[in-house]
Design a protein around this ligand. Structure first.
Ligand code: FDA
Length: 304
């Protein structure tokens, strides 16, 4: 019950445009610096190097979403291109995760298409990869259409599927051969499209990962859930799935010990590192996921 109230409360805060805008001016507050690596790519780079040194690969997310202004969307592309330049200059093991609404999906589909294509091209020139994060269900079909169209030209692009969606397994089958990150899903969605019960979401998660691996497709397992991780480990061992076919992924600042244990056990591992001024929506979704994260944030508020 408390979990449900907390989830609804922080989910609605995450969509609040006024607070989102205001937070840009505050700097990293409310303990967000524990889970956001800095305001600029230059400030995040040392953390990326530390993660690489510990055996972890990284995917970097320049925070921002639901952009409704063309100028802002164009600036977002320039910032992402610059981010790729900086990653290349520093020679780090780090891909880029992006959200289509940051690149203008809600402003003009044609503009967004042009921008994501430019980004894939730029990444390809550096031998780097773009991962398109999955946003809320209202953008789901468009995101998959973009992915399929991009894959006709670029093989350095993948996306994310969410196990809370009823169509999760069907879409995993449809995307055989394309690198996918499987996650549970971070948005509040209607029961007409999404499971609401944790057991269903978890069960679907494991089935989606197994489906993609059985289809011999590269799979990123994006979860902090040790029970699911144990289940996937057992599945891959039993079915002799090579460790090069999959990687575990977790968010920066969460379960650092477990992240390192997986690395030490010889699994491929990638930390998802967010940075940037638009930290507010991302941070509120983390608070919505787990009531314990609120305590974590409160501790951060007073220790900063
Ligand atoms: P969940 O929150 O369901 O927790 C399950 C159990 O794991 C808990 O009961 C607890 O036992 C344990 N646990 C979890 N967190 C813990 C912690 N911090 N400390 C100790 N124990 C903990 N979503 C989306 O919609 N689109 C996207 O593109 C992405 N991208 C993405 C990338 C990566 C790398 C990750 C890890 C996640 C995402 N997500 C996402 C978010 C995802 O959908 C989901 O909301 C969160 O990962 C939370 O779900 P979990 O599976 O991590 O565990």
């Amino acid at each position: 019950m408390i979990q449900k109230i907390s989830r609804n409360f922080f989910s609605s805060l995450s969509n609040n445009k006024v607070l989102n805008k205001g937070a840009r001016r505050w700097g990293l507050k409310l303990g967000a610096s524990k889970v956001v690596a800095g305001l600029t790519v230059e400030s995040a780079i040392e953390k990326i190097k530390d993660l690489n040194d510990s055996g972890r690969m990284v995917t970097l997310d320049h925070l921002g979403e639901f952009v409704s202004d063309e100028q802002e969307a164009r600036e977002a592309l320039q910032e992402s291109l610059h981010t790729l330049d900086v990653l290349h200059e520093h020679g780090v093991h780090c891909t880029l995760s992006v959200k289509l609404t940051k690149l203008g999906l809600d402003v003009d589909e044609a503009l967004c298409w042009q921008q994501i294509s430019t980004l894939c091209e730029h990444a390809a020139n550096y031998g780097n990869t773009i991962n398109i994060d999955m946003e809320n269900y209202a953008r789901y079909d468009q995101t998959l259409e973009f992915l399929r169209a991009l894959r006709k030209t670029y093989d350095n692009v993948g996306t994310v599927l969410q196990s809370y969606l009823h169509r999760g397994i069907a879409d995993t089958e449809q995307l055989a051969g394309i690198p996918l990150r499987i996650v549970k899903g971070a948005y509040k969605e209607s029961p007409t499209v999404a499971y609401q019960d944790k057991t269903d979401i978890d069960e679907n998660f494991v089935k989606m990962v197994q489906t993609h691996l059985r289809n011999e497709s590269y799979t990123a397992i994006g979860t902090h859930d040790h029970k699911i991780i144990a289940e996937i480990k057992a599945f891959t061992e039993k079915n002799h799935i090579p460790r090069e076919m999959f990687e575990f992924q977790m968010l920066y600042g969460f379960r650092d010990d477990l992240q390192q244990t997986l690395v030490d056990e010889g699994y491929r591992f990638r930390t998802y590192v967010p940075f940037g001024h638009d930290w507010y929506g991302y941070f509120m979704r983390r608070l919505a996921e787990r009531p314990q994260n609120v305590t974590f944030a409160l501790r951060g508020m007073f220790s900063k």
